[in-house]
Design a protein around this ligand. Structure first.
Ligand SMILES: Cc1cc2nc3c(=O)[nH]c(=O)nc-3n(C[C@H](O)[C@H](O)[C@H](O)COP(=O)(O)O)c2cc1C
Length: 451
């Protein structure tokens, strides 16, 4: 068995020549984030020398779509079916009595900023933030395990503020709080592509054990160990686990924080996590995700499954792209094989109904590459007439992560049907192509060109 979690993923990245190593000292305050941003957060970078810390940091592992598929052992074509299959057929996990994450166990004098090189990303951020932490907890009523990424603001000592947006985790905390009891949580750092993707499935939609979805996705049982001080299980091969509690009736100001769409989320009162025990491997690697960009690709990949399955019932959908620049939620590009006039509009209805977050939809024919903005623009420029091909829905509910929605409390939705007409009318839309263009090997003509 290849080692699971971060070390396994790093080895794969290294073997493929896809891991960049930075051996120059970087400051976790702003400088580290600036280097990640330079590569558009698409280039995994291992920072070996961090100012005032001995622990290395890995960042931008999850920002590149094609790399993500590759690391899952999937392709653009089959990734949706692989993910659907894992959600529909979860597989058991494996509980070990010991695992590498237990190599060091610390229960005293926990000072998170001294122990870990936690980055600060933007000038207006309230503090340093753990941006990549997968928070594990158990539903106190059903015992169902739950994992999801939540940002954690470092408050000093062993305390962090936690931002929980989805209803399920909120309800679990509220349930315990009503009984004046804490909710136990474990924060997992140093994981891989499979676990992050599994964490992004909505528990409310699927009701599955996300650890078991991970097992199905990776094709082998996810190895877990028990926490030391709380009743939770965590990946045995993770780098770092912070065990703690969310105490009832405690709130601390969280934010501002430069988030999803590159704006600052405002300061508000949020629950806290008190860390009781830290487990980590020997020579642990701290994991971070650049906010505003990298962080939500995995979330968008899950949204694509949901969008695709809705559209499949309506039209002959070929592929869907919930775009990165649209925050992996606001914009969807859809390619269809048009069978009937009206398919384009039907796809728009389906896409807008798939999630309240979807704001703008563009539907194109299958000859348009939905991963290229120039191709989408070309289709809109040449196959779209606003008076008949545009759908506008005024004043619908949108996303609380989108500033123009926040300002009005409602959002306008727009669908653009940029498909060509069928039959005789469609003949004028045949693309001019060069036969065998795809096969041309440009190096034959210019041997001096690299790559
Ligand atoms: C890197 C990253 C950071 C995220 N940060 C947060 C966050 O701070 N708060 C939050 O509620 N969701 C955050 N999310 C989204 C949740 O993790 C995601 O919606 C959740 O796992 C869905 O599952 P659930 O509905 O079962 O909770 C983040 C996702 C990623 C990938």
């Amino acid at each position: 068995m290849e080692e699971q979690m971060l070390r396994g993923a790093l080895k794969k990245l290294e073997d493929r020549g896809q891991l960049l190593k930075c051996n120059r000292e970087v400051d976790p305050k702003f400088e580290l984030g600036a280097v990640l941003k330079h590569f558009n957060n698409e280039q995994p970078i291992l920072f070996n020398k961090i100012k005032n810390h001995s622990m290395p940091v890995i960042g931008a592992m999850f920002g590149n779509r094609d790399l993500y598929y590759e690391m899952l052992g999937a392709t653009r074509k089959d990734r949706i079916f692989k993910m659907m299959n894992a959600i529909a057929n979860p597989k058991p996990t494996k509980l070990l009595s010991k695992g590498p994450v237990m190599e060091n166990i610390i229960s005293r004098n926990i000072d998170l900023t001294k122990m870990f090189p936690v980055p600060t990303f933007h000038g207006g951020d309230s503090s340093s933030y753990i941006t990549a932490g997968i928070v594990a907890l158990k539903d106190p009523e059903t015992g169902q395990r739950h994992i999801s990424v939540r940002r954690l603001q470092i408050n000093g000592g062993n305390e962090m503020s936690i931002l929980v947006a989805s209803p399920l985790a909120k309800e679990q905390f509220a349930f315990m709080e009503a009984q004046n009891k804490p909710l136990e949580v474990a924060i997992i750092l140093g994981y891989d592509y499979h676990l992050l993707l599994a964490s992004q499935i909505s528990a409310a939609t699927y009701g599955v054990d996300k650890y078991e979805v991970d097992s199905a996705l990776r094709g082998e049982a996810l190895a877990l160990v028990k926490c030391q001080s709380i009743d939770l299980e965590v990946p045995a091969y993770a780098e770092i686990v912070l065990e703690g509690i969310m105490p009832p009736h405690k709130r601390v100001a969280e934010g501002p924080f430069g988030e999803l769409m590159g704006y600052y989320g405002e300061r508000a009162m949020h629950p806290i996590v008190q860390v009781k025990t830290v487990m980590h491997r020997h020579h642990p690697i701290f994991q971070t995700s650049f906010p505003c960009r990298e962080e939500h690709l995995a979330n968008g990949l899950i949204r694509e499954i949901e969008l695709y399955s809705i559209l499949k019932n309506l039209v002959d959908v070929k592929d869907v792209n919930v775009t990165v620049s649209g925050g992996c939620r606001f914009h969807t590009f859809i390619s269809i094989h048009k069978r009937f006039e009206g398919d384009g509009k039907t796809a728009i209805i389906g896409a807008l109904a798939s999630s309240k977050d979807v704001k703008h939809v563009v539907v194109v024919d299958e000859d348009v590459d939905i991963y290229r903005h120039d191709e989408i623009e070309w289709a809109i420029a040449t196959r779209f007439q606003a008076s008949k091909d545009m759908v506008v829905v005024e004043g619908a509910l949108g996303s609380g992560l989108e500033p123009s929605h926040i300002q009005r409390g409602v959002t306008d939705k727009v669908g653009i049907d940029a498909t060509k007409p069928l039959g005789e009318a469609g003949k004028g839309f045949t693309r001019a192509i060069i036969p065998e263009y795809e096969e041309i090997d440009i190096h034959k003509y210019f041997p001096e060109l690299n790559g």
